[in-house]
Design a protein around this ligand. Structure first.
Ligand SMILES: *Cc1c(COP(=O)(O)O)cnc(C)c1O
Length: 226
């Protein structure tokens, strides 16, 4: 199958899993390790957002990826890399600490822009993983809302490893509950509208639990070789 055929098959499965809903969840194509030529093939589909997890890779691909495709940053972001990517990404999904929020705010203001961000939640409470604990999410949102160089649009998570993906269903629902709470709380200056969760192996569980965006790499581009 071609890249576009794979995307269409995934889209069809998402439409079926979310039938009757107001919005169909959107696919962000995760393009790490994928060459610009192959990335540009997604233009044959309706996908216009791509996810990368390394600043260096964005810098390398930026000029070669068609400008209709917009980069979402989805990986652990080092403070000293913010400056390099701030004008090349249209959203940062992996905001996971206050120090990073402050640096995004500073660099965005220097460029007269307001960077959309998602707050990364460590939903599995894994010590080795980045992300805000669900317990401290609301104070964190309020602190971020005071920074006018960023615009809090929602949250994302990376699920713990699980042999059986069904084990993750309760965690996907916990994410959706946090998302609903954040929407109700409607902190001034935020616009909570995106819940980014689910990858190639588990995206249908994420969709059924109420993801608004799924991040899919290998199911579109094939296995990754590092
Ligand atoms: C690689 C990656 C994905 C996509 O993973 P696949 O299993 O290839 O779909 C999604 N989110 C993040 C943060 C990633 O690093």
């Amino acid at each position: 199958m071609t890249i576009v055929e794979r995307i269409e098959a995934i889209q069809k499965s998402i439409e079926e899993a979310s039938a009757g809903w107001e919005h169909t969840p959107e696919i962000i194509a995760v393009t790490k390790t994928v060459s610009a030529d192959r990335i540009n093939e997604v233009l044959g589909s309706s996908i216009r957002r791509i996810g990368e997890n390394r600043a260096q890779e964005i810098l390398e691909k930026y000029g070669n990826v068609d400008s209709r495709l917009k980069f979402d940053f989805i990986g652990r972001l080092q403070i000293n890399k913010v400056r390099n990517i701030i004008d090349k990404v249209s959203q940062i999904q992996s905001l996971d600490r206050m120090e990073l929020a402050e640096e995004i705010d500073r660099r965005a203001k220097q460029r007269n822009l307001r960077m959309p961000v998602l707050i990364q939640i460590n939903i599995g409470n894994e010590p080795q993983k980045g992300g805000i604990s669900p317990d401290t999410l609301f104070p964190f949102i309020r602190q971020c809302a005071a920074l006018t160089g960023l615009h809090v649009k929602g949250m994302m998570c990376v699920m713990p490893n699980a042999e059986n993906k069904e084990e993750l269903i309760p965690l996907f629902h916990q994410m959706r509950d946090l998302f609903e709470k954040a929407r109700l709380e409607a902190v001034a200056g935020t616009d909570i509208s995106e819940l980014s969760m689910g990858m190639s192996e588990d995206y249908l569980y994420a969709v059924r639990a109420g993801a608004t965006h799924v991040r899919i790499g290998s199911a579109i581009f094939g296995e990754r070789f590092y």
